[in-house]
Design a protein around this ligand. Structure first.
Ligand code: 2RA
Length: 329
């Protein structure tokens, strides 16, 4: 399988290469693509050196699959050009997610919708993926009426500049700022950019993408996305109201059996999910599961996952694995 990785030197691109190797994905030829200044440098993959090439050279190589993590504008411009040579694109940006003609895929939930004619496939936003992996099986059983979610997001979601800002602030050094304020010893209620109604794009993504993935526009959702000085993954406090009542033990059993979910929930011995332990893993960790006594048919839970892995790279590779396993590429 000829596989292009567009954005191969970025944080998500680097993790995509790592996950491809971990999963023994059937790569016969790797085609790393990065910015002009990186062309000619080499990427080591499974003990072999591959030169970083230009976007056009990658297209000319006619890859079977192109994993994109290079921003929305690059995806809008170049994904159709890969499609035109028969490549299937799996894109991590927001460019195609809400396009009605494109599938927005979390393999555990809706990969069965994919067909060979899907040549540009959207990978959801990291904070959306971890939430729907946990909520989808409960939605199927109890039908979600409303979700109130507050996220506590890793600075790795912003990128290398944010990691450097925190490292500089740790040691009291000045440097390039990824955020308008210090992130060390701080919490910023500001992920991505603000839109006209006072929400941020991150919060709007959580609302719109969740409805598309769960294929249910009746679900009421509101979100607040916070950036915190953490690197291991995103955490989410989720309050969910169902149309139907539930048994808490049955909820735990459903989550325990859900693909991609690990339940960590025993307050008696301080067992609950934390980003420091989620880092580097592909699971969605769920804990603090408890009924919300203030509202009928409602419960609270705490959801943690590595935003660079299941929140981006691993989900994209899992989509590629589904395509290969079902002969869709
Ligand atoms: C963030 N979800 O965390 C966004 C993009 N990765 O900043």
């Amino acid at each position: 399988m000829k596989v292009a990785v567009v954005g191969a030197t970025g944080m998500v691109g680097t993790v995509m290469l790592k996950v491809l190797a971990e999963q023994n994905f059937p790569v016969t030829r790797l085609i790393p693509v990065a910015s002009e200044r990186s062309i000619g440098k080499e990427i080591s993959y499974e003990g072999k050196a591959y030169p970083i090439v230009s976007m056009q050279d990658a297209i000319d190589a006619k890859p079977d699959i192109a994993l994109f993590s290079a921003g929305g504008n690059t995806s809008l411009e170049w994904a159709p050009k890969f499609e035109a040579v028969g490549t299937t694109v799996i894109d991590n940006s927001s460019a195609w997610r809400m396009d009605a003609s494109k599938k927005l895929v979390v393999p555990e939930i809706n990969a069965n919708q994919l067909t060979a004619s899907d040549k540009i496939i959207a990978n959801p936003n990291c904070s959306t993926i971890q939430m729907v992996v946990a909520l989808a099986p409960l939605h199927r059983k109890y039908k979600i009426k409303r979700i109130v979610v507050s996220t506590y997001q890793s600075i790795t979601g912003t990128g290398v500049k944010a990691v450097r800002q925190l490292e500089n602030e740790y040691v009291g050094e000045k440097g390039e700022m990824a955020y308008p304020y210090p992130i060390h010893r701080n919490a910023l209620p500001h992920c991505d950019v603000f839109v006209e109604n006072g929400y941020t794009k991150e919060e709007v993504k959580l609302v719109n993408e969740t409805k598309k993935i769960l294929d249910d526009n009746t679900i009421a959702i509101t979100a607040t996305a916070i950036r915190i000085p953490v690197v291991g993954g995103h955490s989410e406090s989720v309050n969910v109201e169902f149309e139907n009542d539930f048994d808490l033990d049955e909820v735990r059993q459903i989550l325990h059996n859900a693909p991609g979910v690990v339940v960590q929930d025993n307050p008696d011995v301080n067992v609950y999910p934390m980003p420091i332990y989620a880092e580097g893993k592909d699971d969605v960790f769920v804990g603090r599961i408890r009924r919300d006594g203030s509202q009928p048919n409602s419960l609270n839970m705490w959801i943690v996952s590595d935003n660079l892995r299941k929140g981006a790279a691993t989900n994209a590779v899992q989509i590629a694995q589904h395509l290969v396993a079902h002969q869709l590429v």
